[in-house]
Design a protein around this ligand. Sequence first.
Ligand code: GLA
Length: 386
Amino acid sequence: MPRFSFVPVSRWFSASLLASVLWLSGCDDASSGAATSGGDPEGIAGSLAQKYADYFPIGAAVGNWQLDNAAAAVTRDFNHLTAENAMKAQNIHPSEATYDWSEADRVAGFARSHGMKVTGHALLWHRQAPAWMFAGVSAGDAASLSLLKSRLKAHIEAVVSRYADVIDNWDVVNEAISSDSAKVYRDGPEGSQWYELFGSEEYIYWAYQYAHDAFEAIEPGSSAGKLYYNDYTVTGKVDQILTMLAWLETRGIHVDGVGFQSHEYMDWPSTGELQAAFDRFVAAGYKIKISELDVTVYDDYASGSFVASPQVEYTPELEAAQARRFASLFSLYRANKDSVTSVTFWGVTDNRSWLNYVPVEGRADYPLLYKDAKTPKAARTAIMNF
Ligand code: GLA
């Protein structure tokens, strides 16, 4: 697994990431056809969520675009939702005095009206965090640290309480672990203002404490099972994450589970590596969720360092090979159903995936279950067929 040492730096720290995410949240492209709802108006057989009813909920990351343009696919195949961007702090809390609930309310409302539950994503992340949160705060100054804590607490209380009826798990902290395995925590040089201003990993503890307390204030006991940690390339971070979780236990915080984002490649990580990582977390008392699944058809790291692969044609052979990769991942997930609490795709249709913009702007990728809102792929058939 040599990729681990260099994947994150190029892939997730790419300068184009934020622009892409913002483009995705602001674009109003209706090219994929009008939404229909109810029944099976498009003649597409079966329901993925029903097929997996005895295993785990099947989720999709959505926002206004998917609800406007792919609602039939969402209701056909999914019984769990994540807001792709709308519940991130920068989107939902753009200034200290202003919450913008519009898109997050729509996702939550859609879930409620279809009997679905929602993953809250994410209460604390070093990316897509609003500048006001850190304004006037200086590292090493006790008064400004208490200001930052009070802002974080207010944010978490407001967002947790608004969706407490429909959210069954929160990514309380996203991506706080270092991509350098010689360290445990992502620190300032890796782009975490949280670490820089607190001067340590202490902010992680406060995020969990505030999230726990927000649920408990609404209904005693209701935080149980809902507090997750989420990260990418988790197979390479197991020791570091377990170190963090053990430290939190010493501080009285029990995190319920670990989200494997699972932005996977065609051949990495192997199912053996994934199983070994699952086993370590489960042995330590934690649940697993697959939180942001997609399978890129590219491998820009095949030569050892980042070299952008040229765009490929999505041939029937490539579609079939990708379907086999999805089938093997789902076979693994099913074998771990007692520990896997949900499996969520990072989107619905290839033509709207973030991977068309990251890490190579404008290169078409094909990482999901539908080509467009009306065209399911071989991958969908493959994971339905067991
Ligand atoms: C990370 C985040 C997601 C999303 C993707 C890129 O995985 O957790 O919210 O921003 O990056 O789209």
